[in-house]
Design a protein around this ligand. Structure first.
Ligand code: FAD
Length: 453
């Protein structure tokens, strides 16, 4: 029969690793981590491209310089992780139209200001008239203006799909500050996870060699009862534990890759269904030489097109890696899914068409392209959770609440910081603590029932 451990953690992303660390620190050493892929890190993932390390998943430490200190910023500081300050605010002054002209800064700034005001007005309306549920009729007192022109669409895309601090009063910016730092380190963002793992897993020469971490173990079924949980993986392995911590993404929970026996209660599946999944794709392009401007205030630039989100947001990597000759373009949601489904050669053609609109017909072709597929990847099924800005917190509680011996963690269970690395990290710590407390209660109950006998 399979051996039984105290706790099985499913998923070795940042939340799974931070949960395990808290458990180990509290004396729960008898744990197993089952990870579907062949590496730790999950949505934190470095790859070498065109001679430099690039981050396919999380790239920034978001929320720095505020009244509270971002714990991920502290980890980065302790590990000596190399980062570069990103000033998104200059993007609005570098908006190209299809003929390669940059919109005059006055016009762009004015349009930007209007878009921010309109977004704030919309938010106030939603706060005053919360829609959804009950019989409330939503009255929109002053309709926000809709973006129409290519320039307005480009600005709208940046404001909303990039979660800009100016319009979204979210805890990341309010508590930790509005500054964002790009991770630009040979060891990758994922080095922070290795540093965490080193404290409780056996490592040697930068590799985790601990047999409690099991890679390439795709969990497909959880059988749970009052007495424990049985975990079955795709390769037919069976693991038993007193408790399970499930740290897979919201997209994976929706996908039904994992079946539950007995099934999850309706309120749980409904909470999972209600949470939207955002897809966010950074496409990397390598060139033989630079043809874009690189001075101060030029790191980010926008392409204004009549289709919202069509290769809109660009960044050059010269600040992070001078001489790398790499551009990054970010797509989201529908555009991400469209591009994931087509061959990279088509995506390259589209991107080159856009670049030739902006910089003229004589620029060189990219020599290499990298298109991450976060949506198609069945261990991710998207990039991160996207809760409505105005929410009463019920969604989080439904998604996070344990079902018997199964605890839920991950970015999507963080009420204050969902969608971020620090959200996943802090969720893991909270889940670890909650489980330690639960285990304490259980052993007290067991002891007291023994003494009654
Ligand atoms: P994950 O990292 O997804 O970990 C879950 C693990 O579970 C994965 O390793 C997965 O392989 C594994 N798994 C899945 N299914 C199974 C199964 N059936 N059996 C076993 N294992 C399974 N955040 C920021 O703070 N700043 C950013 O700039 C930023 N940019 C982002 C850009 C992109 C493109 C993406 C995708 C995310 C970005 N994020 C960013 C969000 C951040 O990466 C996540 O919030 C965080 O990494 C999530 O960690 P997690 O532990 O919750 O989940």
């Amino acid at each position: 029969s399979p051996s039984r451990s105290s706790v099985i953690i499913i998923g070795a992303g940042v939340s799974g690793i931070s949960t395990a660390k808290v458990l180990a620190e509290n004396g729960v050493e008898d744990l197993v981590i089952l990870e579907a892929s062949d590496r730790i890190g999950g949505r934190i993932r470095k790859e070498d491209f065109g001679g430099v390390p690039v981050e396919l998943g999380a790239g920034w430490i978001a929320g720095v310089g505020g009244k509270e200190s971002n714990p991920v910023w502290e980890l980065a500081d302790k590990s000596g992780l190399r980062t570069c300050f990103s000033d998104y605010s200059n993007a609005r002054y570098n908006i190209y139209d299809k003929s390669g002209k940059i919109y005059p800064s006055g016009i762009a700034a004015d349009s930007y200001k209007k878009a921010v005001e309109s977004a704030i007005r919309k938010l106030r309306n939603e706060e005053a008239n919360p829609c959804g549920g009950g019989n409330n009729v939503c009255k929109v007192t002053e309709p926000p203006s809709m973006p129409n022109t290519p320039m307005e669409l480009a600005i709208d895309f940046v404001l909303h799909d990039f979660e800009m601090a100016e319009v979204e009063p979210i805890s990341t910016y309010l508590d930790f500050g509005e500054r964002e730092f790009l991770v630009a380190d040979e060891r990758g963002y994922e080095y922070l996870l290795y540093k965490m793992a080193e404290d409780f897993l056996f490592t040697s020469e930068g590799k985790i060699l601990d047999s409690r971490l099991k890679l390439n173990k795709v969990v497909r079924e959880l059988q749970h009862s009052r007495n424990g949980v049985t975990v079955i993986t795709e390769d037919g392995s069976v693991y038993e534990a007193n408790y399970v911590i499930l740290s897979v993404s919201i997209g994976v929970l929706k996908s039904q890759l994992i079946s539950f026996n007995p099934p999850l209660p309706r309120w749980k599946t409904e909470a999972i269904e209600r949470c939207d999944v955002m897809v966010y794709t950074k496409i990397f392009l390598k060139f033989p030489y630079k043809f874009w401007p690189c001075g101060p205030g030029k790191e980010f630039f926008l392409y204004a097109h009549e289709r919202r989100g069509y290769y809109t947001f660009w960044q050059h990597m010269e600040n992070a890696y001078p001489g790398s000759n790499i551009l990054v373009v970010t797509l989201t949601n529908g555009e991400s899914k469209r591009v994931e489904a087509q061959p990279d050669s088509d995506t390259l053609k589209e991107a080159m068409g856009v670049l030739r609109d902006m910089f003229g017909p004589n620029i060189p072709d990219a020599t290499d392209i990298l298109v991450p597929r976060w949506f198609t990847n069945r261990f991710q099924c998207g990039s991160y959770s996207n809760y409505p800005l105005i929410s009463n917190g019920q969604e989080f509680h439904g998604i996070q609440a344990p079902i018997g011996r199964i605890f839920f963690t991950g970015e999507h269970t963080s009420e204050r910081f969902s969608g971020y690395v620090h959200g996943a990290y802090l969720a893991g710590i909270d889940t670890g603590k909650a489980l330690v407390e639960e285990m304490g209660k259980e052993s007290t109950e067991r002891n007291s029932s023994c003494s009654e006998n």
